[in-house]
Design a protein around this ligand. Structure first.
Ligand code: 13P
Length: 244
């Protein structure tokens, strides 16, 4: 169960969040819990979750180890801050910052080289769904991105299916729509990496996940977890998602 804070909260807000969130999830041993705050809050978040099962992730990672890449943050820097996960290829990065399937692959490989677990995002835009191209888009994103990994690398990633039309819109995909997309992604995984790898890969759903729709989404065997934006900002709301 992962929270993506996007561009919200300061370090002080981060500390206040975990003060409330930790006691609410102390006994939530049924899942892994990951919070991905902005880079500037990673250290505060890592400090605030010490001694708990909560893990901290970044929201992006550079493909280069170091160098003249203004504005980028490397895997080594993320590791040094104590984070162990990173989101890669979020649709907002694809939409506003020129992220492509190719750069998503490079960033995913960089995360794996640093020992960071990448949560690789895929998902179709509204016009792609409405024109019947959802599966084609998912296949393209998989083939041009994830399929470039080795089998050993693939075993270490998580995938997030985030239909762009469901992000921040209050329009959740129905559990059936989400499960269909997850099946299409898993079929790609089966074809490329074999049945065992496809079975083992964790596919999270993201897009307007709220406390009141988590249980029905998680009721789909195809859905292994959720990646939550808006509803992860509030400790009570995200705790009730975690404890669905
Ligand atoms: P919302 O939960 O705010 O729709 O955002 C989803 C998302 O983009 C998570 O990465």
């Amino acid at each position: 169960m992962a929270g993506n804070w996007k561009m919200y909260k300061t370090p002080a807000d981060t500390i206040a969040f975990f003060e409330k969130f930790r006691p609410l999830t102390e006994r939530s041993e049924h899942c892994e819990i990951v919070i991905c705050p902005p880079f500037t809050n990673l250290a505060a978040a890592v400090d605030a979750v010490k001694g708990s099962r909560i893990r901290v992730g970044a929201q992006n990672i550079a493909w280069a180890r170091e160098g003249a890449f203004t504005g980028e943050i490397s895997g080594a820097m993320i590791v040094a801050a104590g984070a162990t996960y990173t989101i890669v290829g979020h649709s907002e990065r694809r939409q506003y910052f020129g992220e492509t399937d190719e750069t998503v692959l490079k960033r995913t490989q960089a995360a794996l080289h640093s020992g960071i677990t990448p949560i690789v995002c895929v998902g179709e835009r509204l016009e792609e769904r409405e024109s019947g191209h959802t599966e084609a888009v998912l296949i393209r994103q998989f083939q041009n991105g994830i399929a470039g990994l080795t089998e050993a690398q693939f075993a270490k990633i998580a995938i997030a299916y985030e239909p762009v039309w469901a992000i921040g819109t209050g329009k959740t995909a129905t559990p059936e729509i989400a499960a269909d997309a997850h099946r299409a992604i898993r079929a790609q995984a089966r074809e490329k990496f074999g049945p065992q790898a496809a079975e083992a890969i964790r596919i999270l759903y993201g897009g307007s996940v709220k406390p009141d729709n988590t249980r029905v989404l998680m009721g789909q065997p195809e859905i292994d977890g959720v990646l939550v934006g808006g509803a992860s900002l509030d400790p009570v709301s995200f705790a009730s998602i975690v404890n669905f």
